[in-house]
Ligand binder design. Sequence first.
Ligand code: AMP
Ligand code: MG
Length: 418
Amino acid sequence: MPEAAPGCDEFDPNAKTLEQARAAVLEACRTITQSEQVTLEDALGRTLAQPVHARIDVPPAAVSAMDGYALRAADATDGACLALVGTSAAGHPWDGELQPGQCVRILTGAVVPAGAELVIMQEQVQRDDESITLRNGGLTPGHNIRGPGSDTAAGSPLYASGQRIGAAEVGVLASQGIARVSVLRRPRVAFFSTGDELVPIDQSLGPGQIHDSNRHTLRALLSAYPVEVLDYGVIRDTEAEVSRALTRAGADADMIITTGGVSVGDADHVTRVLQASGQVGFWKLAIKPGRPLAFGQFGRAHFFGLPGNPVAVMTTFALLVRPALLQLAGRDATEPQTVNARLLEDLSKTPGRKDFQRALLETDDRGWVVRAAGGQGSHQLRAMSEANAYVVLPRESTGARAGDWVEVLPFREIFPEV
Ligand code: AMP
Ligand code: MG
């Protein structure tokens, strides 16, 4: 027998590192190729399946950037007096042609009349009934004019396929009069909780029971991604029920996420069913929280068997399910950005697993500082509400001292707002 490694409870030579697990997940979860047409209203958060080109110039004509007066450049001399011959308002162009010595009252967004070469701000003129007197000269052609296509020129490439449609993209597409776009089909994600102790949230608890919180957490986490969710509810701890649910999900979904039942206890049927009827990717992860975790394939779906403990659910979702979802949806799945922060208190740790401790990241006059937040048990979900980041302690680390610089993963990187 080899000598037990330090912290033998923590050390498992067969456990995968997070980096190995991420690589295996990204290798398996290929971007969905099917696409569909959706209205612009339904396009938010989706991924373009085809490149989009500008159809029209935006703005379509030269328009004024100011409320003022449109005139010829040759007339733009200090003290010049120009005859006021009309008004161009947004949506109501003046359709004459400006002659020398004339000006047109013009409002923001209104079309610049033919013959006019610049717009002078109303604050820079003296207005009389039928004329204006310039209080400023030397303005050059194009002054305060937004040229046609100065935002987007007709025919220019707007977006490549793979572009995520956010609020700005929705606006740009709308400005082009594009009402429907071709986007990648949303991955279908089936999820269920396993456990004989679990009771729906609208029922009171009997002896030994707890409310099923994981399924609600998962649904909330999934709402930030362009996915179609299939909620299979609570599945009891029997091989037959787990098998039935997985078979159904394996036929319906692109991804299955379960919580609980992935250890090697008597009630851990997910492990057994997956071993019997699916393909198992890996079982043990050298991270804390989140050691027992299954990844593989069941039917046509990628399978994530997350641990039962609620903090482990959120952590493994952020570290492994998130990149898988991003890649399935054709989005950038590169690792989230961490920051270095100065630790305000000692943190203890046993070597063997990369540790994600719940923490509060703040700034003080020295820059980023971080302290532990809430209880560190993997069942203490309330600490996730008190925290805004994880302190990431390396696998072999034995802890960190106050004053040390530590790696911190802010929640905003991994738990996007919905
Ligand atoms: P398991 O991985 O099934 O052994 O579960 C580990 C711990 O997580 C146990 O204390 C379970 O009661 C708890 N747990 C499992 N599933 C849920 C759930 N859906 N909601 C809340 N706690 C859960
Ligand atoms: Mg269980």
